[in-house]
Each structure stands twice: as C-alpha cells, then as structure tokens.
Design a binder for this molecule. Sequence first.
Ligand code: P6P
Length: 348
Amino acid sequence: MTHHDDGKPCSLTRFLIEEQRAGRIGPDLRLLIEVVARACKRISIAVGKGALGGVLGDAGTAGEASINVQGEAQKKLDVLSNEILLEANAWGGHLAALASEEMDHSQPIPDVYPRGNYLLLFDPLDGSSNIDVNVSVGTIFSVLRSPEGVAQPGDEHFLQPGTAQVAAGYCVYGPQTTLVLTVGHGTHAFTLDREIGGFILTTRGMRIPGETQEFAVNMSNQRFWEAPMQAYVGDLLKGKEGPRGKDFNMRWIASMVADVHRLLTRGGIFSYPLDSKCAAKGGKLRLMYEANPMSFLVEQAGGAASTGRQRMLEVQPTGLHQRVPVFLGSRAEVETAVRYHHEADARG
Ligand code: P6P
C-alpha cells in the first residue's frame, strides 16, 4: 500500500486532485479519468459475473455473429463494455469525441451535451477471446487533445502521434481489478477495493527492470516471422549456451493487458511482430488504442516501445484502426530486438 505523508491510503480521487493541485492535469482531464475509472468498475462487475450474468459467448442473434470493423466476432461483453464507456462519457462535458475498437468511426459527443477539449480512444475489452475461459481481460484507453477550433472532430482529428497523448491507462480484470495510469509523470497502479468500491493507490511510480529473462510472443507464428524476428527469438531459445549467455522464460496470455501488466510489474519484453499472415494489414495490434497507450505507460515506467524499426510514440498515424508491429518492455531487451531488425535491414 502506498501512503501519503499523512499515513492514510490514497484514493484515485485524492491522487488526481493532488496531480491537479501540482499543475500536472486540469479539472476536465481529472473528471475524464474519474469517469473512465468508474466505467471500468462497472465493466469489472459485468466481467466478474461471467455465466451468472448471461454475458458470456458471442454477440449477435442466433446463427448470425456480430462482426466488428476489425472483422472479428464480437463477444457480448465487447458490446456491453463499449456501451458502458459510451454512456459514461456522453454527458460530462469533458470530451469532444471518442473512438473505439468496436466502432467503425469516431463519434462526436451528442449535440444535446456540452463538448470538452479531449478525445478519448479505447479498446473496451481487450483479450475478449479469453472471456469464456475465465482468463484476465482488460480495458485500454488513450487521451488526446481535441484540435483548437474544431467544433465537431472527425476521424482525421484523432490521427495524432503517441507523443501527443496527455493520459493513458488500462484496467486489468484479473484476480484483482487494477487500474494503471499515466498523465505523463510516471506510471501508477490503483487496486479496486471492492468493499468501498474505490480504486486505491498501490504502486506510485512503477519501474520496469532494464534487463529481463522473460519474453512474451505467440510462438505458433514463428514460421511466418520476418528474418530478424526469427534470429532474435532463435537466440533467446539458445539460452546460456547461445549468444545471449542466459536462459529465458516465456509467457503468452494472449491478453495484451495481462501480458503488459506482468512486464510492468516484473520486467520482460512483449512482442507481436509482423508475420506473413498480418503483414498486409501492417500488423496485428492496433496503434491508436492498444500500442500507443501501452507504449506511453511503458516509457513512463522507464521501459521502451518500438515497431522494431521506429519508436512507437513517434509513428504518424494514417488510420483510426491502423495496425503496427509491437515490441515493448524492458529497455535493454527492446533495444536488443530493435538492433536485430536494424542490422538485418542494413544487410538488405
Ligand atoms: P493471438 C487480443 O485479441 C489481442 O488483441 C491482444 O490482447 C493479444 O496480445 C493478441 O491479440 C493475441 O493474439 O494471435 O495470440 O490470439
């Protein structure tokens, strides 16, 4: 438990008030984060009910799956989580528009409500293929400023590089429900106290160890990877007899939120590289509401994040649902993986 100097537990509300008092966030951004956190509590309750809540399985009518813009079958909880976030953010006056993995296009805040100066992007329930088998899933969100003088922002106004984010976070629905947040001054973890229904600061200033012996990748794609990825992972697997001189462990939960939470907690490298199956789409994971928020959190915790060839946060987006290859986690290990790509490219 992280206590303030007065020895009392620090709630998310108090943390945000103190960030505002320190001039690091304004009142509207504080409200935005509180609203998203409250929506995550509702999602956590729905996820936790599982079969008892009638929310498992695929969305859509009998025999007719509901397919989202990603071409993926939506789970009932994908749709419900999206609706919870839309409803929670509609009326507060802190947002100009929002965008979701589950929606083809961004949505301006309805005219009946006041509009604010922020854009919110989210993956309402990432890892949803794990829901029906009771494995951790999560919500990922990213906050950008709405461009000056734009009354009704459209998709094109969201296409800002990751360095433009003013806040980012995720909420992992696992044995604990934990919100991990950055507003550009460190990465901090808040655990949901279900008895009071509030998030309590449990780690101020998460730090990712620079070195690691743990990697996260879906090995079943190995034969489809580019040569530098084959070489990089091949050397990891050679262990201490190989060029890396140490043995590595592997984890793959197939929920980015859970895999990233692990590496934020104990170090590691997470990768979803290009492979010949997804190369035409640019990769598997989405830039705007998966890679960018996670990269912001990881960098603020002392880690690194790259496409394998470019710092993730400097990628200039070209599409709301753009996909990218992802390497993020322990700084020295990410730099090593990037070096394999640079050296392969240099050889041509
Ligand atoms: P695969 C979940 O669908 C997701 O978007 C990420 O959360 C996760 O890291 C990845 O895809 C898993 O992909 O191909 O291993 O199922």
